[in-house]
Design a protein around this ligand. Sequence first.
Ligand code: NAD
Length: 421
Amino acid sequence: MTTISLEKETNSWESQAARFDLAAKKLNLDEGLWKILRYPTREIIVHIPVAMDDGRLEVFTGFRVQHSIARGPSKGGIRYTPDLTLDEVRALASWMTWKCAVVNIPFGGAKGGVICDPHKLSMGELERITRRYTAELIEFIGPEKDVPAPDVNTNEQIMAWMMDTYSMHMRQTVTAVVTGKPLNMGGSRGRREATGRGLMVVCDEALKKLGLNREETRVIVQGFGNVGSNAARLMHEQGYKIIGIAEIDGGLYNKNGIDLDALSEHRQRNGTIHGFPGAEAHDPADLLITDCDVLIPAATENVITTQNAYKVQARILCEGANGPTTAAADDILAEKKVFVLPDILANAGGVTASYFEWVQDRQGYFWKESVVIEQLEHIMRSSFEDVVRYAETHNVNNRIAAYMLAIDRVAFTIRQRGIYA
Ligand code: NAD
């Protein structure tokens, strides 16, 4: 194995590009299309002045990267984190293009965010950052152009402010400009838990394929935010045994299974999962390499690297986060025959439900939750089949199969549209 510095290994853009290059090579992708698809179409950097509560003026840096609009408006979340970089946003934007193509919905890919720590900001400061960031992007976003959504540290309230700011500039209410909104202003039923639900659907399909059943399947989840907590709760309800939960500042472990209802109650009462009496406290990093059947990293990028991949004991790795595994760790997991459900397939339930939200906003007609769930499950199941069949036919792993399928779909559209000159 070639050695690589951890810094290079954990650059998300490099990780994305390494998989893209491998998949494009296997597809024999035309050199021109390779150049078009390897890099984003547009990268916007804004420096936004914001009045802080104490009277000071502060300037925050924000990004919006639009990787591709070949198959439709670009789509992707907004994150507010203190260590956000342009490379990270580029990688996340590309992953959105591939993800939307894997589940075959009519969007390209984008991502954005602001360098800030929302835990240190007041609601008023957060609102002013959000509104000024949205205003700076006004001509680049829109229902037919680029449609943001929540991601790490952003939520329905932030989407409401984005929608309102955009609408004020347009002089009319434009609900379809963002997804992940509150229900009363054009949000979709079933969107909040959609990413977690999608993870469960692809896990169900993987169990069938490997001849396992839910009741005997032990699951460890990293990250108990939107994605991780919903996946854990839904899987627990369906009989999976959730034996471990890793959070940033501590973890929980119970080999007989954690009662998720009791844990949710505990968190509601105490504001944290720590101190939960139904499980032992456990080192969160150690939970990634603890014996289990399904490991769901649902927190952040680059948590499975060459440093720990060889110790992973899970039979199935189901990627809830974007980019939780580095490209260099892929080979180690393949050698260990871990069945990988790659991020661009596994966590696509969120953008799929966002697509439903966008459709409902444009229709002005809102679906029952059962309809959202049924359509979501159908798309996730058939996408799983597409990826696994592609992997078997082309003798590649699931991740490279997902990239190949996606690149092929986007490249086909670009060829058919032609290049405007
Ligand atoms: P979130 O902010 O709601 O939750 C993230 C959780 O992970 C938090 O509870 C945080 O404390 C925890 N965390 C952060 N770093 C950690 C670490 N090193 N170890 C353990 N826990 C850690 O965010 P989210 O919306 O759940 O997103 C999580 C991941 O899923 C991100 O990679 C995001 O891009 C991806 N994702 C989200 C969606 C969605 O619909 N929200 C869809 C697709 C992918």
